[in-house]
Ligand binder design. Structure first.
Ligand code: IPE
Ligand code: IPE
Ligand code: MG
Length: 245
């Protein structure tokens, strides 16, 4: 599948973040258990990762498991963690083949030990790649991240390492899990829900949002490219008037 010809290669978002939603409803529509939807969602992850790299996106963040998702039935949580382990282990080779670096944000210490180990291995094995960075948001919530940043910042002020007058936006940013990642220009959410669900609250200050009714397991690279085309037709004013741009 080729990138659309009307693509403006000069205006590709450096960072796209996706709230991958709708696996459960997709499974239900197909008369299957929820985990079947999660498994099918892995195919979408593969396709979209490939499509983002082909389009020249530098960072792709996928919201795979939120802090709030721990409140789901235990069996679903366990199945999701298992799926995470097998997917990460199984995809490392392809990531290397495609020169993609793997990274993760979130409260990673709260993940099961085997999951942490597999993740660490994959991050290390792909660390020399120089192409796109794929960021998995795992056990992630933005309020957790922001509170964590505030706590670390306070410790540094208290110990004298940091002068409180030095606190500004770039400095605060450096305390977030995304310190080395630019803010996402485009945030996509599938499944027809129009909410942010505790995702990248600070980083999304000026993001463009793209919502689609499509359920995540049906989403493929061509749908990502549609979203990028839509993004390219928007005027990002950052508070200014159209005439000032
Ligand atoms: C998204 O699909 C995957 C995760 C949140 C882990 P859902 O499991 O939320 O699917 P729906 O929203 O119930 O359809
Ligand atoms: C958001 O999806 C989290 C992920 C995609 C990982 P949810 O399905 O958990 O979101 P809510 O609870 O419906 O807002
Ligand atoms: Mg959902």
């Amino acid at each position: 599948m080729a990138i659309p010809t009307h693509f403006n290669s000069e205006n590709i978002p450096r960072h796209i973040a996706i709230i991958m939603d709708g696996n459960g409803r997709w499974a239900k529509l197909n008369g299957k258990a929820r985990i079947f939807g999660h498994r099918s969602g892995v195919k979408s992850v593969r396709s979209v990762t490939e499509g983002a790299a082909e389009a020249g996106v530098e960072f792709l963040t996928l919201y795979a498991f939120s802090t709030e998702n721990w409140n789901r039935p235990k069996a679903e949580v366990m199945a999701l963690m298992q799926l995470l382990v097998t997917t990460i282990a199984g995809e490392t080779k392809t990531l290397n083949k495609n020169n993609i670096q793997l990274n993760a944000i979130g409260n990673l210490a709260s993940l099961p030990k085997n999951c942490q180990a597999e993740l660490k291995k994959a991050v290390e094995k792909t660390s020399k790649n120089t192409g796109m960075t794929l960021v998995l948001a795992l056990s992630y919530s933005s309020r957790w991240e922001i509170l964590n940043a505030v706590k670390s910042l306070l410790i540094d002020v208290k110990s004298g390492k940091l002068d409180e007058t030095a606190v500004n936006e770039p400095l605060f940013n450096s305390y977030l899990c995304t310190s080395s990642i630019p803010d996402p220009e485009l945030i996509i959410r599938t499944s027809g829900e129009h909410r942010i669900s505790n995702f990248l609250l600070w980083q999304a200050a000026y993001s463009e949002f793209y919502f689609t009714d499509m359920l995540w397991p049906d989403f493929r690279k061509e749908h990502l490219w549609d979203a990028i085309c839509d993004f390219q037709n928007r005027e990002r004013r950052f508070g200014k008037t159209s005439e000032q741009l």
